[in-house]
Design a protein around this ligand. Structure first.
Ligand code: MG
Ligand code: MG
Length: 277
C-alpha cells in the first residue's frame, strides 16, 4: 500500500495540534466532573460544548455531516457513536464519551469510559469497571508501542496483546478503527486495534494518530441502530471506548489530548513522553 507523504506533519504543525488537544481534554474533564445518576447525556453534551466554545474552538463532531452534537455518548450495549439524549444515567451504567475540538484549523479527538456507581450491584460495577480498565490499558499499550514502532501495525498488535493477556475473553471491534488526525479529524492512515497482515504506515516524526480501542464484554459483532449512528453489540453485552490523539516527533511521542503528555498512562510501560520541540 503506497504511503503518501502528506500523512507526516512538520514540527510546527504538530505544535499547532497541542491546543486543540488540550481543549478536547478539558471538555472531557468537564463531562467527568458531572457524572452522577440522574444526569442526562444531553447535559454532558452541553458541558463539553461550553468548554470548547468558551476556549474559542469548534466542536469537530458538529462538522460531521448529519451530526448535531458535541459528544458521542454510548451507554451499556452501545459501544461508539451514541447520540446524547434526555435519558437519565442510572446506577451501574457504563458510558463512553467521545469528543473533539478544532482550533485554528487543527483537531483533537479523545474518548473515555466511566461506570456510574451502584452499591446495589457491586458485581455489575466490578465487571464493567474491569472492562473499562483493560480497554484503557490497551490504549496505553498501543501508545507505548508507537514510541518504538517502525510501522503502525505494531500498535494494533500491542492493543490486541494487552486485551488477550487480560484473560477476560473480551471482543475487539473490527469494523471501527483509529485514524490519522490533523487538519481533519479523520485522516489516513487507519490505526487498527488488532493484528493485520499489512505492516502499515512507517512510524516516523510527523505522524499524528488517534488510537481508539473499542472493546466489549462478549462477542465483537455489532450493528447500527435505527438512528443511523449508534453502534451496539449484537449480543447486548457492554462496551468500552478509550481514545487519545498522539504525535510522533523528533524527540519521541507526546499525547496531545492528555495535559501531562501521557506521562502517567505511559509510566507502567517505561515510556516517557517528550515535549514537541
Ligand atoms: Mg473520537
Ligand atoms: Mg477518533
Amino acid at each position: 500500500m503506497p504511503v503518501r507523504r502528506s500523512i507526516y506533519k512538520s514540527t510546527a504543525q504538530l505544535r499547532a495540534m497541542i491546543e486543540p488537544g488540550l481543549i478536547t481534554a478539558a471538555a472531557l474533564d468537564a463531562v467527568r466532573a458531572l457524572i452522577a445518576p440522574g444526569v442526562t447525556t444531553l447535559e454532558l453534551d452541553a458541558a463539553a460544548s461550553a468548554v470548547i466554545t468558551g476556549r474559542g474552538a469548534k466542536s469537530n463532531f458538529q462538522m460531521v455531516r448529519g451530526y448535531r452534537h458535541t459528544i458521542c455518548a454510548s451507554v451499556n450495549e452501545q459501544v461508539v457513536h451514541g447520540i446524547p439524549n434526555s435519558r437519565a444515567l442510572e446506577p451501574g451504567d457504563i458510558v463512553s464519551i467521545d469528543a473533539g475540538a478544532e482550533y485554528h484549523g487543527w483537531n483533537g479527538d479523545s474518548a473515555f469510559t466511566f461506570v456510574v456507581p451502584d452499591e446495589s450491584r457491586p458485581e455489575v460495577v466490578a465487571e464493567r469497571s474491569r472492562l473499562s480498565e483493560v480497554t484503557e490499558g490497551s490504549l496505553w499499550a498501543g501508545i507505548a508501542a508507537l514510541a518504538t514502532a517502525s510501522h503502525l501495525g505494531e500498535v494494533g498488535a500491542a492493543v490486541q496483546d494487552h486485551i488477550d493477556r487480560s484473560g477476560e475473553g473480551y471482543g475487539i471491534l473490527r469494523e471501527y478503527v483509529g485514524h490519522g488526525i490533523g487538519r481533519k479529524m479523520h485522516e489516513a492512515p487507519s490505526v487498527f486495534n488488532y493484528r493485520v497482515p499489512d505492516p502499515g504506515a512507517e512510524v516516523r516524526p510527523g505522524l499524528a494518530v488517534a488510537i481508539e480501542p473499542m472493546v466489549v464484554l462478549g462477542d465483537q459483532a455489532t450493528f447500527v441502530e435505527d438512528d443511523d449512528w449508534t453502534v451496539s453489540t449484537r449480543d447486548g453485552t457492554a462496551g468500552s471506548h478509550w481514545e487519545h490523539s498522539v504525535a510522533v516527533h523528533d524527540d519521541g511521542i507526546w499525547v496531545l489530548t492528555a495535559p501531562d503528555g501521557g506521562a502517567a498512562g505511559l509510566a507502567p510501560f517505561g515510556v516517557t513522553p517528550r515535549e514537541i520541540g
